[in-house]
Design a protein around this ligand. Sequence first.
Ligand code: ADE
Length: 272
Amino acid sequence: MTDTMIGVIGGSGLYQIDGLQDAEWRAVESPWGAPSDEILTGRLDGMAMAFLPRHGRGHVHAPSDVPYRANIDALKRLGVTDVISVSACGSFREEMAPGDFVVVDQFIDRTFARAKSFFGKGCVAHVSVAHPTCPRLGAACVEAARAEGIKVHDGGTYLAMEGPQFSSMAESKMYRDAWGADVIGMTNMPEAKLAREAELCYASVAMITDYDSWHPDHGAVDINDIIRILTGNADKGRGLVRRLPALLGADRAPCPHGCDRALEFALMTAPD
Ligand code: ADE
């Protein structure tokens, strides 16, 4: 058994959590460079927590420039066992409406301008991301959301795009109709892949802010609408996070899905 430590990567509204004890912003060094910002650590209902603003305080990192490897590595160094990603997304489904949450369980990775692995020169590994999120952690997020009265969709496919521009209508229709994606965002990849390489459980809570550009009754994506929905959702996001310590429990049994042993059969290079 190890101690559970929850790491939350998300926006600014999330880390002003009531009841976070011993709260302290900590600079964490990583050989992968500087993380997006200092990390807020503390205890919530007795459980160690870490909050990392993905875009930095003041939103200074564009999606392509987020230091994804340093972020995951810094959380691992702090002792995080379970990473909850909270992010905004557009919806490709009528029934997944702005204001709803989706606990994502699949990804289509269309990003192309980001470092995607901790491995490469001198040490090669191929981890499986057939099931890129942790079902145990995802189930806890769904339960926490339901307990908070949030309209949450259990499962969905997230298309990760490079950005920073939003999609054209033709792209939006292709992702929805031909590729079967449910939501779209710019930040969950390579985050999810790196969390798997770091043997961390990872769940993604996507907050729907818009209908992207496929919907005949809705106009183009507008950043002001996104900010308005996100601001309105901040309380819900904090409520969800507040319930996680009780749901996950302090003693962490090995992950039944093997997230914490992902490298066991993945390394190609013999150790020195
Ligand atoms: N984030 C929020 N809405 C989005 C959209 N429609 N496309 C990409 N990223 C988003």
